[in-house]
Ligand binder design. Structure first.
Ligand SMILES: Nc1ncnc2c1ncn2[C@@H]1O[C@H](COP(=O)(O)OP(=O)(O)OP(=O)(O)O)[C@@H](O)[C@H]1O
Ligand SMILES: [Mg+2]
Length: 445
């Protein structure tokens, strides 16, 4: 007689209300991992992450040829950080934030470079996170589990981990004008391509079309408009390759160029015809083709910025240390705009990446002035129980009060590059270095 393995529902039912971690581990996790598609020899418990003595509760990876994970322990794909039911993992709890930080530390650890997914669960709540290079963002909300929804929730997590998007989709945004959104998009596209990644940049600021012009590419007449308003139309014919040749090297990335049609229709007509998820949906297929999709956004909080943030996994916000509005606008985006979009999107994304300072010379006294302003912004947000610290000072910990903010200095060859229709990173060694640092600080592991 063969034993019928327990369903998720009956595994959940078998758990005592106050089950602690070892009980959840014994009665729930084997069924969870089986329903996520992993066999017993594809799972390793207390996997050493390579970071001090850190060990994550479960690591898993499907068998590749004769490479069986439980034997080789190489190239983990999924990590699970497990808690007992005595630990509250609802997303407003202190323990939730601590557990997410713990999972992030594991995901970024030396032995976990190949990991693409992380899960936290205590059997009452579960949340899936995606890791793309250095960027970790939610792939589901933190879901409260019960016997009625557990089969469906776990099946949808399995579907995601079996079909990961290749691309990280990034909106470059700040509703302050002139802080370097377009410059960042162009040079980041250039440097990521230079580092061997396949990149699509999108000019989603049709009023200015700066990205399109700075690369000397043709506008895409009505194609983007049609793609955003017609279910069956694609962005394909709006994609123009930007090709840079120097000696034997050829570097090439793709650009969805700006569409003037999007500026011709009155706002209320556009808002009626274009849905918040229009760009997100049109990018779905492209997310399997590219490593990075970068969206240059306009300096406002209107239709195109909203579509851009909705389409994104993460938001990169250039600011200027000497422009209070650019700092306050970044805080407003984190406190208000991004949560607004997240509430509509219901998959836990997008997230804000830490701000960086762009395009100014910063002396120590000026930096101290900027820090004072940032501290004020952080303290105001704290009154609303919002912690902005990680978005302004990502390296700050209680043990090490590090106020580091990444900088791209003011550099004439960055400003001049648009005249030659070539990204500065392809023309100038220092510009290449500045953006290589940016790419490595934020994205490349
Ligand atoms: N690091 C830098 N060094 C020198 N000049 C820079 C740098 N970054 C941006 N600039 C220059 O600053 C100006 C504004 O930059 P950019 O157009 O990228 O800003 P933006 O945020 O896209 O503006 P908008 O809000 O109008 O879309 C441009 O002339 C650009 O060349
Ligand atoms: Mg711009």
């Amino acid at each position: 007689m063969t034993m019928i393995p327990p369903s998720l529902r009956s595994a959940l039912r078998s758990l005592p209300d106050q089950a602690q971690e070892p009980t959840v581990n014994d009665l729930f996790v084997p069924t969870l991992l089986r329903e996520l598609g992993f066999q017993q020899d594809e799972i390793f418990s207390q996997y050493k992450t390579g970071n001090g003595n850190d060990a994550v509760d479960k690591a898993a990876r499907k068998t590749i040829g004769d490479d069986i994970f439980i034997h080789t322990k190489s190239e983990p794909y999924l990590l699970i950080e497990l808690k007992g039911r005595d630990i509250n993992l609802s997303d407003d709890a202190v323990k939730y934030h601590q557990t997410v930080s713990q999972l992030k530390r594991y995901l970024l650890a030396p032995n976990c470079h190949t990991v693409q997914w992380g899960i936290i669960t205590n059997s009452c709540h579960i949340q899936l996170f995606r890791k793309h290079g250095k960027v970790i963002f939610p792939a589901t909300q933190c879901v409260s589990l019960n016997e009625d929804n557990i089969e469906e929730v776990v099946a949808s997590i399995r579907k995601k981990i079996e079909n990961p998007n290749k691309a990280l989709t990034l909106a470059v945004y700040n509703n302050k004008g002139g802080v370097g959104k377009t410059t960042t998009t162009v040079n980041l596209a250039g440097i990521l391509t230079y580092l061997g990644k396949k990149v699509l940049a999108i000019d989603f600021d049709p009023n200015q079309q700066d990205l399109t012009h700075s690369l000397g590419l043709p506008l895409s007449n009505s194609i983007v408009f049609k793609a955003l308003t017609d279910r069956d139309a694609t962005l394909q014919s709006a994609i123009h390759p930007f090709v840079f040749k120097s000696g034997k090297t050829t570097l090439e990335f793709d650009v969805v160029t700006a569409d003037l049609k999007l500026t011709e229709e009155p706002d209320h007509i556009l808002a009626g015809e274009i849905k918040i998820d229009s760009l997100y949906r049109k990018l779905e297929l492209l997310k399997q083709e590219y490593d990075y999709i970068l969206i240059d956004s306009p300096p406002n909080w209107k239709l195109f910025s909203k579509l851009s943030l909705y389409a994104a996994d993460a938001i990169l916000m250039p600011t200027k240390h000497n422009n209070l509005f650019s700092l306050e606008n970044a805080a407003t985006a984190i406190k208000k705009f991004i949560p607004e979009v997240r509430a509509l999107k219901v998959d836990g994304s997008p997230i804000a990446l830490p701000i960086f300072f762009n395009g100014e010379k910063i002396t120590q006294p000026k930096l101290e002035v900027a820090q004072k302003e940032i501290n004020k912004i952080i303290n105001i947000a704290r009154k609303d129980k919002i912690d902005l610290l990680p978005y302004f000072y990502p390296k700050y910990t209680n043990a090490k009060k590090d106020l580091h903010i990444h900088q791209i200095p003011s550099y004439a060859n960055i400003a001049d590059a648009a005249f030659s229709r070539i990204p500065a990173v392809y023309k100038d060694k220092s510009a290449n270095d500045y953006y290589k640092h940016l790419a490595k600080e934020y994205f490349i592991q």
